[in-house]
Design a protein around this ligand. Structure first.
Ligand code: BGC
Length: 373
C-alpha cells in the first residue's frame, strides 16, 4: 500500500457502516440507493494528510478533510449525508460537471450548419450540461494505487443526443490524491461526432469547515487581468474587460468580502461574484498556478493550478439557508465559494473565445490540481 496516513489513526473512518480504512485504501462502501434501486457507492481515500470521500453518483466529492495549523481536521467542502439529499436538489455540491460546465445562452448553438437545442434549466439558458448533467450520472469507479499516489478512475458514456448534445461522448476522469496530499483531477473525453465539451468540478470550499459560517474573510488571489462581464441572465456579453479599478481585481489578493457589497451592476446581476476570469496564462499544455484561497483563522490554504484558460469564481450567492450539511448546520449565502476551472461560458456562441469544439479522432484533455497547506 503506497498511501501514507497521518493524523490519529482510525479516527477518520467512522462512517455510518463503521468501516475502517486501515490497511485498505481506497475503500468502498454502499452509500445508498436511487429510487430505481441502483446502488450508489462511496469511496474513501487518504494520502499525504488529505482525506476524501467520493460518490459514484455524480462523481461527487462528498467530503474533503484537511488539517488546520494545529493539525485539527475539518471537512472543507459542502455536501450532504444521503443520496436522497443529493437527488432532491443539490446545487452541484462537489459534483463533476458536463457536458458543458457553465452556461450556454438560450440553450442552443450551431455546429457545422446544424442547430442543436439543449436542455434549458436556468431561465432561458442551459447550465452545467442541462437538467440531467453529469452531476446526476452514475459513474463507473475503479480504485488504483500508483507509486506514491492513490486514486479513482471514473468513467461514463453519454449517449448521442443526451440533453441535446451531439455525439456519443466517452468521458474519463481521474481523481488522484498525491503523496503530498494534493487532489489532482484529469479529464479526458472522445466523441464519435463533432460536439462541444467543457468539463469541471463544482466543489464548494469553506476552508474553516463546512457549516462554520461565511467565507467572506477568506483571502483570494486570481492571476487574471480580465474577466467576461455578463447580462442579467449571466451570459457573457462579449469581449473581456480589464479588472483594474473594479471589484473584480483579485490580482494581488484581497478578502472575498472586501468589495462584495459594491453597487457594481455586474455584482448586482449575480448577487455577488459569479463570473469567468480570463486567466493571464491562457490555455497551457501543463497545469500552471492561477489562484490561492486562504483562511487566516484556520491557516488552511488552497492553491489551484490548471491547464484551462478560465476560472469561474462563484461566491455562493444562491445558498439561502434551506439546505443542511452533515454537521447539521444550514448553508446560507456566502457560506462557501466555488473556483471552477473551465473554458469560457457560452463559447459555442462566441467565436472569439478559445474553442470548446471536439471532433472525432481528437481527445479532450484538461487537468486541475488542488494543493492544500
Ligand atoms: C454558477 C452559478 C450557479 C451555481 C449552481 C455556478 O457554477 O456559476 O450561477 O448558481 O453554479 O449552484
Amino acid at each position: 500500500m503506497s498511501s501514507r496516513s497521518s493524523g490519529p489513526a482510525g479516527r477518520w473512518s467512522a462512517g455510518p457502516l463503521g468501516f475502517s480504512t486501515r490497511g485498505r485504501n481506497p475503500v468502498k462502501e454502499l452509500f445508498g440507493k436511487l429510487a430505481d434501486g441502483t446502488e450508489i457507492h462511496r469511496w474513501s481515500l487518504e494520502n499525504g494528510g488529505t482525506r476524501m470521500k467520493v460518490l459514484s453518483y455524480g462523481g461527487i466529492v462528498q467530503s474533503l478533510r484537511t488539517p488546520d495549523r494545529e493539525g485539527r481536521y475539518a471537512d472543507i467542502s459542502l455536501g450532504f449525508d444521503t443520496v436522497e439529499d443529493y437527488v432532491a436538489g443539490s446545487p452541484y455540491f462537489g459534483a463533476l460537471i458536463g457536458r458543458y460546465g457553465n452556461r450556454i445562452g438560450a440553450g442552443r448553438f450551431t455546429l457545422d450548419g446544424t442547430e442543436y437545442r439543449l436542455s434549458v434549466n436556468d431561465g432561458d439558458n442551459s447550465l452545467h450540461g442541462g437538467a440531467a448533467g453529469f452531476d446526476r450520472a452514475v459513474w463507473d469507479v475503479e480504485p488504483f494505487t500508483d507509486g506514491p499516489d492513490v486514486g479513482l478512475r471514473l468513467s461514463h458514456t453519454s449517449a448521442d443526443g443526451e440533453q441535446g448534445y451531439p455525439g456519443t461522448l466517452d468521458v474519463r476522469v481521474t481523481y488522484t490524491l498525491t503523496g503530498r496530499g494534493a487532489w489532482r483531477v484529469d479529464y479526458e473525453a472522445t466523441t464519435d461526432k463533432a460536439t462541444v465539451v467543457n468539463l469541471t468540478s463544482h466543489v464548494y470550499w469553506n476552508l474553516a469547515g463546512e457549516g462554520s459560517g461565511s467565507v467572506h474573510d477568506h483571502e483570494l488571489t486570481i492571476a487574471a487581468s480580465r474577466y467576461t462581464p455578463v447580462d442579467s441572465g449571466l451570459i457573457p456579453t462579449g469581449e473581456p474587460v480589464e479588472v483594474a479599478g473594479t471589484p473584480f481585481d483579485f490580482r494581488t489578493g484581497k478578502t472575498v468580502g472586501a468589495d462584495l457589497r459594491e453597487a457594481d451592476r455586474q455584482l448586482l446581476y449575480a448577487k455577488g461574484f459569479d463570473h469567468n476570469w480570463v486567466l493571464d496564462k491562457g490555455a497551457t499544455a501543463g497545469p500552471e498556478w492561477v489562484a490561492t484561497l486562504t483562511d487566516p483563522a484556520s491557516g488552511r490554504t488552497l492553491k489551484i493550478a490548471t491547464t484551462e484558460p478560465g476560472l469561474q469564481f462563484y461566491s455562493g450567492n444562491f445558498l439561502d439557508g434551506t439546505l443542511v450539511g452533515p454537521t447539521g448546520r444550514s448553508y446560507r449565502q456566502g457560506d462557501a465559494l466555488c473556483l471552477e476551472t473551465q473554458h469560457f461560458p457560452d463559447s459555442p456562441n462566441k467565436p472569439s473565445y478559445p474553442s470548446t469544439l471536439l471532433r472525432p479522432g481528437q481527445t479532450y484533455r484538461s487537468t486541475t490540481i488542488h494543493s492544500f497547506t
